[in-house]
Design a protein around this ligand. Structure first.
Ligand code: UDP
Length: 473
């Protein structure tokens, strides 16, 4: 008699913070539906997380989270493999050798691992590969070992559609630099119109361009695609993608504090801001962060610093140690921290979801990384958008122009301190921002409703699970 197969998925995120976080939550959700999960991190990411969660840290690291999950009856296993580079290698998002290596070296290690884990003499052989859409090679490995391939897109459907139809953008002359262009792109299926200045920026970089292009050839072969978005908020785009693919919107896949387990998968030590926030009036604090990888130029940092000072609002500013792309200790004007010390807390990293879910936070000045957008809306916090690269520009379109839950910081390349201060004052003032706040409360409700029993994302997630189980059996 044939052996009964347990659904067992190997989950592989892209080795970046904004991809690891949603992959963890997806894993927990799938495990709660009876899946065995083997979660893969690269050895480098594992060493980062371990360093960030030293014994003195109050947060449990990833292994502890998963072992806690196992104690509560879930079956989540954790493995680390090499990404093909020595630990000390520069893994900056802008490091082209690293990006190229992710295509070749990393896939060889994954291939070997999958080869081991599918063997029939394993106790629970894996029968499904859930891999980040940007990984370029998952369909090749899934096909080789005859397992189901689920592609996990951590960004909105709008961005999926733009990358998917890159050939159309190229044919129409929209694959180059979009700076200062305001013409409208209206020929992408499922995207009624988007300004060329809101198109993802990375088409200009040839290696990243190649990588995205390959990833979006690979995703066409996936058995199922799931995305961190909400059907009713991107209906037209999702419906258009669904003409060619099994595509399920299962978002918002929200992080950390929003599940029963306290989770921290931070790659850097989290400074605790709670006490500081507890002492501030409700809604009075602006949270400022540019995510985990984007680089900001020094002029913008200085204008931002002065703008924050001029605005006179309370703020927490996450100033990553490598935000300029190189180590530089004294980025801020001399004496700045002293001048703002009563109302400004500057930290290199924090637990973002914990900060923005605090009642003292009333606004988020963000680079518009998709997780940041989702987390902010989930907490009902309106945004000031300062997108820098890649999907952030298209995400801004959803935030500012479609859902109207945020305002744009920059219309031009550079920003001035006066502009920064004016926009901050506008957002943090209850009267001027009352419409934005109404809108964000509405979209927040949609986010929360969609995860309720009859909500679209919950229904989609259950359909996805059923379909996956059927394909596996
Ligand atoms: N984040 C955090 N602490 C910080 C800054 C960011 O925990 O100080 C988390 C944030 O909650 C989000 C992720 O890092 O889940 C960043 O992802 P996002 O998509 O917003 O931006 P990316 O880093 O990918 O550009």
């Amino acid at each position: 008699m044939a052996k009964k197969l347990h659904p067992h998925a190997l989950v592989i995120p892209c080795p970046y913070q904004g991809h690891i976080n949603p992959a963890i939550h997806l894993s927990l959700k799938l495990a709660s539906k009876g899946f065995i999960i083997t979660f893969i991190n690269t050895q480098f990411i594992h060493s980062q997380i371990t360093k960030a969660h030293s014994p003195s840290s109050s947060e449990p690291g990833l292994e502890n989270i998963f072992s806690k999950a196992c104690e509560s009856g879930l079956d989540i296993r954790y493995l680390t493999i090499s990404d093909g580079f020595p630990l000390e290698f520069d893994r900056n998002m802008n490091s082209l050798p690293f990006l190229e290596g992710l295509i070749n070296g990393f896939s060889n290690h994954v291939d070997k691992l999958v080869g081991e884990l599918v063997k029939e003499d394993c106790i629970d052989p894996i029968n499904c590969l859930i891999a980040d859409t940007f990984l370029v090679w998952p369909s090749i490995i899934a096909k080789k070992y005859e397992i189901v391939h689920v592609s996990f897109f951590t960004e909105p459907a709008l961005v999926f559609a733009l990358y998917y139809h890159f050939d159309l953008l190229e044919e129409n002359g929209h694959s180059g630099s979009h700076e200062n262009r305001q013409d409208i792109v209206d020929y992408i299926p499922g995207v009624k119109s988007i300004k060329s200045s809101d198109l993802p920026s990375l088409f200009q970089n040839s290696v990243v361009h190649q990588l995205i292009n390959k990833a979006f050839q690979d995703v066409r072969k996936a058995d199922i695609i799931i995305a961190n978005t909400v059907q009713e908020l991107e209906l037209e785009t999702i419906t258009s993608i669904q003409e060619n693919h099994k595509f399920y919107a299962i978002g918002p896949i929200v992080s950390a504090n929003f599940t029963k387990l306290t989770i921290s998968s931070s790659l850097w030590f989290e400074h605790d801001c709670t006490q500081w926030l507890d002492a501030k009036p409700s809604g009075s604090v602006l949270y400022v962060s540019f995510g985990s990888v984007a680089l900001v130029n020094k002029e913008d940092i200085l204008e931002l610093a002065h703008g924050l000072m001029l605005s006179e609002v309370n703020f927490i500013w996450v100033l990553r140690f490598n935000v300029l792309g190189q180590d530089e200790n004294d980025i801020l004007p001399v004496g700045y921290k002293e001048k703002v010390k009563d109302r400004g807390l500057i930290v290199p990293w924090c637990n973002q979801t914990r900060v923005i879910s605090h009642s003292a936070v009333g606004g988020f000045l963000s680079h518009c990384g998709w997780n940041s957008v989702v987390e902010s809306i989930w907490c009902g916090v309106p945004l000031i958008c300062s997108p820098l690269v890649t999907d952030q520009l298209a995400n801004r379109k959803l935030v500012v122009y479609d859902w109207k839950v945020g305002i744009n910081l920059r219309d031009k390349e550079s920003i001035t301190r006066e502009e920064v201060s004016d926009k901050i004052k506008y957002l943090m003032n209850e009267e001027t921002s009352s419409n934005l706040r109404k809108n964000v409360a509405q979209v927040k409700e949609t986010f929360h409703d969609t995860l309720a029993t009859n909500g679209s994302s919950n229904v989609n997630f259950n359909k996805f699970v059923e379909e996956l189980k059927m394909k596996i059996s």
